[in-house]
Design a protein around this ligand. Structure first.
Ligand code: 5GP
Length: 177
């Protein structure tokens, strides 16, 4: 098991790139089945979900639209509990089938603050796909339709997720030691 250092903290390998790839492919297969004949709009939440989104999209065979939005609510190792900004939702989502793409659902606060804005625009349907989920950290429960991996309530980096700006480029996911 590899130990790496990001800033001042040590992390150990938790999910290998092969494990992640296999699971992302399975989620794409499920989405391909569920949305067969439809044309969903995927809304990917930056920054963390960029890698999951790019990999998932490679395996989608349905017609799919994609946009990216940014909600900043996290600094360092703990959620600040504040939604700072939402940038980029210029699409008209009225009547569309929406799939939100998240890197990780932790307390659920980000989605709790963001989803009403979407429902306000009356999409036809809305589902949530998240690569990681920390069930023990839940403060705002959501129906998560596609979950890559339920994980313990420990800080993780890699595969798009950062620790204070670093670690997003790691192919594997690492857990705080
Ligand atoms: P929530 O609003 O559900 O508490 O947190 C969601 C956001 O917090 C995620 O999109 C992610 O940016 C950040 N986050 C939550 N847990 C972790 C973690 O273990 N590692 C990293 N790097 N970010 C996390």
């Amino acid at each position: 098991m590899a130990v790496i250092k990001v800033h001042d903290k040590e992390f150990i390998t938790y999910l290998s790139s092969e494990t992640i790839e296999k699971r992302v492919r399975e989620i794409a297969d499920e989405i391909n089945r569920d949305y067969s004949g439809k044309r969903p709009l995927f809304i990917s939440i930056l920054n963390g979900a960029f890698m999951f989104t790019a990999d998932l999209f490679r395996y989608l065979t349905i017609d799919a639209e994609l946009c990216f939005i940014k909600i900043a609510s996290y600094k360092g190792l703990k959620s600040t509990g504040k939604i700072v900004t939402t940038i980029g939702l210029e699409e008209d989502i009225f009547g569309k089938d929406i799939v939100i793409l998240e890197d990780i659902v932790d307390t659920g606060k980000t989605l709790h603050d963001f989803l009403p804005k979407l429902f306000h625009q009356q999409p036809n349907s809305l589902k949530i796909a998240t690569l990681l989920h920390k069930p023990e950290a839940t403060e705002y429960p959501h129906q998560l339709d596609y979950v890559g991996f339920p994980i313990p309530n420990k800080f993780v980096v890699g595969y798009g997720l950062d620790y204070d700006g670093l670690g997003r480029n790691l192919k594997e996911i690492y857990q705080l030691k």
